[in-house]
Design a protein around this ligand. Structure first.
Ligand SMILES: NC(=O)c1ccc[n+]([C@@H]2O[C@H](COP(=O)([O-])OP(=O)(O)OC[C@H]3O[C@@H](n4cnc5c(N)ncnc54)[C@H](OP(=O)(O)O)[C@@H]3O)[C@@H](O)[C@H]2O)c1
Length: 437
């Protein structure tokens, strides 16, 4: 049998401790599958005394993850600390420079420094594997990098944040407000004490930036993503969406267009009958649309110790099975040096259908004025419905518009015009509609 693969784990929190436990519990199966043992020879975390629920006594302890990354006692460095700078970045860089393979679950690090790290990995002939960084346990990186050769991706989109999907699912199922759902999600451990990063779309944007690079062979551009979170989604939107045959999801979407690549994260209406609309709760999903394959949808657990550990261990097993001298697949599908610059399509040129919910004064002429603003901007309407705004608000009406395909620029101009006309009693709500099978 080949020599054991020696791994060093930096970070023994939710994911790191799960990885150590699964490596222990599944040692015999992994040895059979990989043709060699996988042994944890070194570990690092902040607190050496904390009980991790797994005996790591045989592994050498390092206070400093960079020292662990450089030790000669490991073949693979597993980074499960998190963060886009500091010890995670320094240790991953040090490990690659020392010629160690790296496995990480760190989307923030890859979104910011992924291309630079990939260049080091490719120069050193080692692997930088990161399946767990996007959609947790779903094997989307391998699918895009290795199983879709020859396909030209036209669009990739997904539900990439379990916290947001959990909140939207409960809002719809139970008719409760965003704030009440968020509080419950925090109590149940599905949302952080400071939930901004998740609910305002930053986490989705990090993951999307990695998918965009894999889909289109472009350099990662995590700062060039149009972003809107879910905190202003109300029961009125969810009910109106349902009446119209749609469900609201926070999607990350990357799409090739004539003017460049769109990267956007925002609440989106998808047809209730579409497959992605059936993805509920903390589950994640990624849809990949290509010229040969059509639309492929992968769904599954996007977070949690065991699901994330499953992806990390798949990455470790790939390294255990790889043979010295074998040419590895490039980190982002194309050699890092050949990734093209990212050509951004302006959000104003985005084309699609729109849902617009307006709360207006109940007076004559309002309906006609709204219709005129739409016509002035060449927006053709699929439907326009007027409703009572509610029992307490007899002086107000709700107008719900659904447009045929138009542009973001036209919608913004029309809504600005309606706002200036002085008919609105509240800010207009605009939600983009996404085509989905
Ligand atoms: N949790 C998930 O469901 C999930 C899903 C997908 C991806 N990820 C990614 O996986 C990574 C780890 O997430 P997590 O949820 O496991 O985080 P976590 O529970 O907060 O664990 C972080 C670990 O890093 C250690 N650490 C922090 N600073 C350190 C330093 N300077 N030196 C050495 N160790 C240090 C901590 O040590 P102590 O324990 O001693 O404090 C802790 O063990 C992140 O990049 C995250 O984005 C997580």
């Amino acid at each position: 049998m080949a020599e054991a693969l020696r791994v060093g784990i930096a970070g023994l929190g939710t994911v790191g401790a799960s990885v150590a436990r699964v490596l222990r519990d599944k040692a015999a199966e992994l040895t059979r599958q990989c043709g060699r043992d996988i042994v944890v020879t070194a570990v690092s975390a902040r607190d050496p005394k904390r009980d991790r629920g797994v005996d790591l006594g045989a592994a050498k302890w390092f206070d400093d993850p960079v020292k662990l990354a450089q030790t000669a006692d490991i073949d693979v460095f597993i980074e499960l600390i998190g963060g886009d700078e500091g010890p995670a970045r320094q240790a991953v860089k040090a490990a690659l420079e020392a010629g160690r393979h790296v496995v990480t679950a760190n989307k923030a690090l890859l979104a910011k420094h992924g291309v630079a790290l990939a260049e080091i990995a490719e120069k050193k002939g080692v692997l930088l594997n990161y399946e767990a960084a996007v959609a947790g346990g779903i094997p989307v990186i391998k699918t895009m990098r290795e199983s879709m050769a020859g396909n030209a991706v036209t669009r990739v989109f997904g539900i990439l944040n379990g916290t947001c999907n959990y909140i939207l699912t409960r809002m719809e199922a139970e008719g409760i407000s965003f704030d009440a759902c968020l509080k419950d999600a925090q109590r149940l451990g599905y949302a952080e004490a400071d939930p901004t990063f998740d609910i305002e779309g930053h986490d989705t944007a990090h993951k999307l930036s990695i998918l965009t690079s894999l889909a289109f062979g472009t350099r990662i551009a995590a700062n060039d993503i149009y972003m809107e979170g879910i905190s202003n989604i109300t029961q009125a939107d969810i009910r109106a969406a349902a009446d119209l045959g749609y469900r609201i999801k926070l999607l990350g979407v990357a799409q090739r267009t004539e003017s460049g690549i769109e990267q956007r994260v925002h609440p989106t209406m998808v047809p209730t009958a579409s497959v992605i609309a059936q993805v509920h709760g903390v589950i994640n999903a990624v849809a990949i649309e290509t010229d040969i394959l059509g639309e492929l949808l992968l769904s599954g657990p996007g977070a949690g110790g065991n699901a994330t550990a499953s992806a990390v261990i798949g990455d470790i097993a790939d390294i255990a099975k790889s043979r010295p001298g074998f040419q590895h697949a490039p980190v982002f599908g194309w050699p890092a040096k050949e990734l093209e610059p990212y050509k951004k399509a302006q959000m104003r040129s985005h084309a699609g259908g729109y849902f617009i919910r307006l709360t207006v004064h109940d007076r004559t002429g309002v309906f006609a004025a709204i219709a005129k603003r739409m016509a002035d901007n060449d927006i053709s309407l699929e439907s326009i419905v007027q409703q009572a705004a509610g029992p307490q608000t007899q002086a107000q009406k709700t107008v719900i518009l659904v447009t045929h395909e138009t542009t973001e620029a036209a919608v913004r101009k029309a809504v600005d015009g309606i706002t200036k006309d002085g008919h609105l009693t509240d800010k207009a709500q605009v939600i983009r509609i996404e085509r989905a099978e």
